[in-house]
Design a protein around this ligand. Structure first.
Ligand code: 5AD
Length: 431
C-alpha cells in the first residue's frame, strides 16, 4: 500500500535477490529486472515488483526511518508472550512451549490446541502465535487489494452465493478496460499487490486474460494474483508468462467426500493437482478453505492446515462459511469467530514463516476481527478495490465487511490499524 518500504539489493544471484530493509535482510524472487547490489526495489509477496531510482528510494527511506523503528518497538511490546504459564494446564503449556521452540506440532496436538476452551489458555495461545509470527517474520505485514471482476460462475457449489443456479442475484462482468481503471485507482492509492477474482467464468479467453495482465504490468508495477478458479493449465501458464505471479485458489476442504458434496461434479484430486501445477510453475500459492461447513469436523479443519502445508502453501486463507439465502445451505449455522481466531493461531504454530490472512469473511462475522486476527498470528489482509456499484452485487455471502466503504476510507483505516499494532510493510519475503 501507500505504506511501502523500498529495499536495497545486497545480493542478486540468478532469480533470487537479498534485500535489506533498515538492517533486516529478506529474500525475494526476481523474474523481471536486471539487478545489482546497491539497486533499490519494492518487493511484494516475495517477488521484486519494481525497480526504482536511488533518489526516490532514499527520500522514501528518510521519511520512514523514525516510524520504522517506532513500529518495531510497538510490535515487540505487543508480541511478548507474557506471564501466566503457571496458571494453565500442564499439557497446554507443554504444547505451547514446544511450538515456541520451533518444534513441529503433531495433528493431535494441533487439534488439542484448537479445542481449548479456557479463556486464559486461549489468550496464551494467541500470544504464543503472535510471538512466533514476530520471531519468524518480524513486524512485516502485507495488504493486498482485491478486484472482483466477474460475478458469473459455471459451478454450482452448495455454499456459494454466486452458484450458477442462484437466480436471485444481479450478475455483472467487467470489461478489461474497466478492470484496468480499478487497477489504476488502487495503484494510485499505493497498492502494490492486487488479486483479480471472479467466478469460474468462461467468458474471458486465455488471450484476453494474457493481454490484460500484460497491459496491467506495462503501466502498473504490482504483484498480480489470480483467483479465477479451475481454468486449465494453458490459462495459468500464459498468465504467468504475461507477468502474474500469484494464485488464490482454495481447496475448500481436505475431506474428499465433503468436497464432492459441496462442489457437485468436482473432485478434490483435480483441485490439488492444479495447486501442485501452480507451485511448479512458480506462482505464489495462497490457499485454504472454508471453516464450519455442515458436516465438517474440527479434526477435518486441522487436516486442512496440514494439507495446505504439504504442497508448500505460501499464504494461508481460511475463513468462516457464511450461509447465503439463495443457496441450499441457507439454514446452516456459522462457526464462532473465536474458533477462527484459534484456528489462525494454530495455523501460525504449524506454519511459522507463512503469510496468514485475516479474511473478509472473518471480518464479517465478528467485531474487530482484523485487529484480533493480526494479534492471533495473522500478518496479512485484503481491502476491496472493486468499484462500489459492483462490489455490492458480488454476493458470495451477504453483508460483507467493507461494503459501502470507499477504498480511500478502507486504506485510511488499515493504515491506522497497522500503525497502532506496529506493523510495517516490509516485504514478507520468499521462502
Ligand atoms: N461463505 C464464505 N466464503 C465463501 N466462499 C464461497 N462461498 C462462501 C460463503 N458462503 C469462498 C470460497 C471461495 C472464495 C472465493 O470464497 O472459499 O474459494
Amino acid at each position: 500500500m501507500c505504506y511501502a518500504i523500498p529495499g536495497k539489493i545486497i545480493d542478486s544471484n540468478g532469480n533470487l535477490a537479498s534485500i535489506e530493509y533498515f538492517g533486516e535482510i529478506k529474500k525475494a524472487r526476481n523474474d523481471f529486472f536486471e539487478l545489482s547490489p546497491g539497486d533499490y526495489v519494492y518487493a511484494q509477496g516475495g517477488f521484486v515488483i519494481q525497480k526504482m531510482s536511488r533518489d526516490e528510494a532514499l527520500s522514501s527511506l528518510e521519511a520512514w526511518k523514525e516510524l520504522f523503528f517506532e513500529l518495531k518497538k510497538i510490535d515487540n511490546r505487543l508480541s511478548r508472550a507474557g506471564p501466566g504459564m503457571g496458571k494453565i494446564s500442564k499439557e497446554t503449556a507443554r504444547m505451547l512451549n514446544k511450538a515456541r521452540r520451533g518444534a513441529a506440532l503433531t495433528k493431535q496436538e494441533a487439534l488439542a490446541l484448537f479445542n481449548i476452551e479456557d479463556a486464559r489458555e486461549i489468550n496464551l495461545l494467541f500470544k504464543t502465535a503472535n510471538s512466533v509470527r514476530q520471531k519468524f517474520l518480524s513486524n512485516a505485514c502485507c495488504v493486498h487489494g482485491i478486484i472482483e471482476f466477474s460475478y458469473w460462475c459455471v459451478n454450482d457449489c452448495l455454499y456459494c452465493g454466486i452458484r450458477s443456479s442462484n437466480k436471485t442475484i444481479n450478475r455483472y462482468r467487467m470489461a478489461p478496460a474497466e478492470i484496468i481503471e480499478s487497477v489504476k485507482e488502487a495503484y494510485d492509492l499505493g497498492f502494490k499487490a492486487l488479486v483479480l477474482q471472479s467466478g469460474e467464468d468462461g467468458y474471458y479467453t486465455d488471450e484476453t486474460f494474457e493481454r490484460l495482465i500484460r497491459d496491467i504490468r506495462k503501466d502498473f508495477p504490482v504483484l498480480i494474483l489470480l483467483s479465477a478458479g479451475e481454468k486449465g493449465k494453458d490459462f495459468y501458464k500464459r498468465a504467468f508468462d504475461a507477468g502474474a505471479r500469484g494464485v488464490l485458489f482454495r481447496f475448500e476442504t481436505s475431506q474428499r467426500s465433503l468436497y464432492s458434496t459441496m462442489k457437485p461434479g468436482r473432485d478434490l484430486e483435480s483441485r490439488i493437482e492444479a495447486l501442485r501445477f501452480f507451485k511448479k510453475t512458480g506462482f505464489l500459492i495462497a490457499t485454504g478453505g472454508l471453516l464450519g461447513l455442515p458436516g465438517q469436523k474440527k479434526e477435518d479443519m486441522i487436516e486442512d492446515i496440514f494439507l495446505a502445508k504439504s504442497f508448500g502453501a505460501d499464504m494461508y486463507s481460511f475463513g468462516p462459511f457464511i450461509p447465503h439465502p439463495g443457496t441450499p445451505l441457507k439454514e446452516a449455522g456459522i462457526i464462532p469467530a473465536d474458533d477462527i481466531l484459534k484456528f489462525i493461531a494454530v495455523t501460525r504454530l504449524i506454519a511459522p514463516d507463512a503469510k496468514i490472512l485475516v479474511t473478509t469473511a472473518l471480518e464479517t462475522i465478528g467485531a474487530d476481527m482484523r485487529r484480533r486476527g493480526l494479534l492471533a498470528g495473522a500478518n496479512s489482509f485484503m481491502l476491496n478495490a472493486t468499484p462500489e456499484t459492483k462490489k455490492m452485487r458480488y454476493e458470495i455471502y451477504k453483508n460483507r465487511a467493507g461494503l459501502g466503504k470507499d477504498l480511500r476510507v478502507q486504506v485510511a483505516e488499515a493504515l491506522a490499524l497497522l500503525k497502532e499494532l506496529g506493523r510495517a510493510p516490509t516485504d514478507l519475503g520468499y521462502n
